[in-house]
Design a protein around this ligand. Sequence first.
Ligand code: SF4
Ligand code: FE
Length: 481
Amino acid sequence: MTIKTPEEYEASIKKDINLYMFGERVKEFWKHPIIKPSINTVKKIYELAQIPEYQHLMLAKSHLTGNTINRFTHIHQSVEDLIKKVQMQRLVGQKVACCFQRCVGFDAANALYSVTYEMDKEFNTNYHERFKNYWIEVQNQDLMVDGAMTDTKGDRGKRPSAQTDPDQFLHIVDESDDGIVVRGAKVHQTGWVNSHRAIIMPTLSLRPGEEEYAVSFGVDIDAKGIIMIYGRQASDTRKMEQNKFEVGNYKYGGQEIFVIFDDVFIPNEDVFMRGEVKFAGDLVNRFAGFHRQSYGGCKVGVGDVLIGATALITEYHGVNNTSHIKDKLVEMIHLNESLYCCGIACSSEGFQRDAGNYEMDMLLANVCKQNVTRFPYEIARLADDLVGGIICTLPSETDLKSEEVGPLLKKYLATCEGISIENRYKLLRFIENLSMGVAAVSYKVESMHGAGSPQAQRIMIARQANLEKKKQLIKDILDIE
Ligand code: SF4
Ligand code: FE
């Protein structure tokens, strides 16, 4: 079956995996209240792919097999594909209002596709063929693939080989004719537990002498030797409470995992880089570029929902016709659409690599992500402004339902005629959680650090900007030799 249904997807991830949370091994993780919303989110991607109205975005035709596949497994074949990727991400963000986790492996695959091709050309290796075979399986089985880049890094001032503990950067610790053994940890792993497989990449550009760190491979998320520890998020235990509205977005959520590779064997056929330090930087930058493009879609979709929630609450409060409220909503829209402009622009200026696949414009993708490190914070600040102080003083749902104080709370929480107190409560909790609770991880912190922290984009912007050309422009105009 090329396109999985949401139910087939969920059934396919139900396995006993080596996952820990709050110091205990998690059994049947798909039933855990903290994890379940993140599974619902990925299921939504599979669901949208079944709906004819969305299939022009959610599906694509594989250039490898000719089969119809989920776009999250597609290797971009045109500028139109790059644009549709961002449009799809905005759509999914609008449906779930959180990180939907499936873009990391998607972006890793598109980066590896061209990098393996170029490595083969230079070193006469056969990584590209291997990778294509690996990826055909992913496409044909509609697998959810994570991507892993960030190492724990130890002393940030030292190179990988200068660390007291060499495992602070994932590296090859043993080699045989059949494959390699790797050790280290990859952190902030979005959606790892909900995935079938993961693509592992180096975390930085590497130099001669650092060959053991120049490693990329595909791995099952529960391969022998992998230990997963569930990352905490602000107010996450609200998901374990009886009253679901306290969570805000009670259906959907993200997921971040601390993944430890305790001597994991990787067979040769799944290894896509093994010591080619020269190409580590290309892989890192292309992956980061693709993921920085992604943020011009996904965070815009989440922003759409937050703007909608804010506009609705101002209606509930009877202030929607006040001029400064209308103007602040315009500002939120302006900021959100500016991000989308960046996502579309870096896609529209995409180009074809020698391998045949298409890549976004690197400078514009970095400008896109740099704006994403700022605008969602401002959009959330404006939402906090328009909602009012109740965003952080609202009593619990249990109090709302209590026989003693519930009726009094309802009396004083009433706003305009005809507005349901329960709906107001749900909206206030949704905005609270997106702005400062569990959902802020997806909307703010990920916007800041996902696909690289702000300084990483500034370095790329400086490298790509071609200041010499700009200086020549003014020299030409003013006849300066
Ligand atoms: Fe996709 Fe955005 Fe989540 Fe990255 S942060 S995985 S681009 S939804
Ligand atoms: Fe992310």
